[in-house]
Design a protein around this ligand. Structure first.
Ligand code: UP5
Ligand code: MG
Length: 205
């Protein structure tokens, strides 16, 4: 992708930190296309005839990171589709331009390096930070109705471990490049969003 035409914000944070919730609001206000790597993987898992269905299912239940080839391919396809068929008619999407929130990716160093090199560089990284206690409560509550195979105590514990061991190094890496905007996602959704909006307005100008 031509970086003068495509704007990408990575949205990172632990499981249940509130990435999806805040992305939804940004979509409504700015016209971003929201691409959740987890959602794309779950859709691929359920797609009849997918050769990766069983693999994705196992990785997600175990809270492990699906091999990057699968996830990057899904993201690339979704980005091309969005540019071909823009989600709205705002200025940001004219002339083959694209405005993307990439949620829950990259969460392992190899994915980060590969995406930056082969797909495009992000403008910045929104990093939602809160405690495991807060995330655990949110996920167990959501698990009552979400139907997600990984919203149970056992999977959540594994997801926390993967986040600390595998995904925090990615946040640190981008932090070293001056790309990370950290937002405390412990308070109410509205308060978190006010800070998110401030960060996006500052960074995107
Ligand atoms: N909630 C949100 N904000 C709140 C607030 N401020 N106050 C009170 N409640 C709040 O929120 C979670 C719940 O909390 C909701 O009920 C919400 O209402 C409430 P949500 O916005 O859904 O949080 P989010 O951070 O999006 O949590 P999610 O569970 O989606 O995060 P994960 O990162 O764990 O899940 P994801 O779908 O990204 O990935 C799932 C799995 O896919 C991974 O574990 C991995 O196995 C696989 N994966 C890969 O292999 N590779 C990838 O690149 C990406 C994913
Ligand atoms: Mg999510």
């Amino acid at each position: 992708f031509d970086e003068s035409k495509v704007t990408v914000i990575f949205v990172l944070g632990g499981p249940g930190a509130g990435k999806g919730t805040q992305c939804e609001r940004l979509v409504a206000d700015y016209g971003f296309k929201h691409l959740s790597a987890g959602d794309l993987l779950r859709a691929e898992q359920d797609r009849p005839g997918s050769e990766y269905g069983d693999l994705i299912k196992d990785y997600i239940r175990e809270g492990k990171i699906v091999p990057m080839e699968v996830t990057i391919k899904l993201l690339e396809v979704a980005m091309h589709e969005a540019i071909k068929t823009p989600p709205n008619d705002s200025e940001a999407w004219k002339d083959g331009k694209g405005l993307f929130l990439i949620d829950g990716f990259p969460r392992k160093m190899d994915q980060a390096l590969k995406f930056d090199e082969a797909v495009c560089q992000s403008s910045f990284v929104l990093f939602f930070n809160t405690t495991e206690q807060v995330m655990l409560e949110r996920l167990l509550e959501r698990g009552k109705t979400s139907g997600r195979a990984d919203d149970n105590r056992e999977s959540i514990t594994k997801r926390f471990r993967t986040f600390v061991d595998t995904s925090m190094p990615v946040v640190k890496y981008y932090g070293g490049l001056g790309k990370v905007v950290e937002v405390d996602s412990s308070p109410d959704k509205e308060i978190v969003y006010a800070n998110v909006k401030k960060a996006v307005d500052e960074r995107l100008g």
